[in-house]
Ligand binder design. Structure first.
Ligand code: FAD
Length: 324
């Protein structure tokens, strides 16, 4: 049962989700007593690609072509299929990134392969190939047996702990067969936010909800985030009304995050919000309503007005940082 793992890079650099999925794939290969091959697509340089071997994956296929610089789900799915066929992969593993949400279903259709997304744990293989994932917005778990010969799974970001296991990298150039029909869309411009901590990789996240009353009050959230070296996030309604950009919206319909510390300010803790943040290690909630559901999921809580609590927190954080 050879394993293929898609290691996604962003502008030629690999990030935490790629290392998580490599660790996961190396562990699956060990469990199945088989080999694991990583596939990279795009313009990552060899010294960047060789970082992948730190996570137990020695064989790396590198597909590069000027047209592959920007993500394109049609071409990428075709390349993944060809790479899987090259190594006779039975199991294909990807991270649960935005791009993979478009890529994995295409690959599944092309290969007639069963796909389960947002898996949290290693598969059980005693009786089939059974994977576990959260269902009903994190209210429960479901177990799914993938019965097709080729199985595709995507792993929830932050669900699997990265372990280093350095091996000697062997990078093999891989030239897939692509035609113009693989490039139905041309990316004209890719505009990314610069200089901000990436929300999915942040160790600390400071997040605000409707209780913050309006965008003019976000200065306090940003100030606390800056002092703590944190990323900022928000609830869905906050992004819907345009107080914050949608790129900060976390939850069932937004980003799923799992920082070490999640500070939720003026957020009620609706099930759809918790679906995206409940894998955070420590949750701190500030809410003036002692009955707010978020307190049930919190490790620490402040029942009080955010406009009184936040300035005090900011002062305390400044004091702690200045003595460090
Ligand atoms: C299909 C579907 C998908 C959804 N997906 C998402 C999602 O991905 N992410 C998401 O966040 N939501 C999502 N929602 C919406 C979700 O159900 C909630 O409506 C939303 O999370 C509430 O946002 P909120 O907590 O900011 O606002 P509110 O529910 O209005 O809560 C505001 C909170 O602030 C507190 N508060 C008010 N003033 C203060 C103050 N001065 N100091 C301290 N606390 C104060 C209040 O006590 C209250 O608890 C989804 C809903 C549906 C139906």
């Amino acid at each position: 049962m050879p394993v293929l793992v898609f290691a996604e890079n962003i502008e030629g650099k690999f990030h935490k989700p790629a290392f998580e999925v490599l660790t996961y794939a190396a562990d699956v290969a060990k469990m199945l007593n088989t080999t694991v091959t990583a596939l990279t697509i795009g313009d990552a340089a060899d010294d960047e690609i060789s970082k992948l071997s730190k996570y137990g994956v020695a064989h790396i296929l590198k597909a590069s072509d000027a047209r592959l610089k920007d993500f394109n789900s049609t071409a990428y799915a075709n390349i993944c299929k060809q790479a899987a066929e090259k190594i006779n992969a039975d199991v294909i593993i990807m991270s649960g990134s935005f791009n993979v949400k478009a890529l994995a279903p295409r690959l599944s259709a092309k290969m007639k392969a069963g796909l389960i997304t947002q898996v949290n744990d290693l598969p059980k293989t005693e009786n089939g190939f059974v994977v576990r994932k959260s269902v009903y917005s994190g209210k429960g778990f479901g177990e799914f047996n993938i019965k097709t010969p080729v199985k595709i799974i995507t792993i929830n970001i932050n669900a699997y702990h990265i372990t280093e296991n350095p091996v000697q990298a062997q990078i093999e150039a891989f030239t897939p067969q692509l035609s113009d029909s693989d490039f139905p869309v041309t990316v004209l411009e890719d505009i990314r936010q610069k200089g901000k901590i990436s929300l999915t990789e942040a160790e600390i996240v400071v997040s605000g909800g409707r209780g913050m009353k309006g965008p003019e009050n976000w200065g306090m959230i940003e100030e606390l985030a800056n002092i703590l070296g944190a990323a900022t996030a928000c609830s869905k309604p906050v992004a819907d009304v345009g107080w914050r950009p949608h790129s900060e919206h976390v939850g069932q319909t937004g980003l799923a995050i799992g920082p070490n510390l999640y500070i939720a300010i003026g957020i009620s803790g609706a099930i759809q919000h918790l679906a995206g943040v409940s894998s955070s290690k420590v949750i701190v909630v500030i809410n003036k309503d002692p009955e707010a559901p978020f307190f049930k999921a919190a490790d620490y809580g402040i029942v009080g007005d955010a406009f009184e609590a936040l300035p005090k927190l900011i002062e305390a954080a400044k004091r702690i940082k200045s003595v460090q």
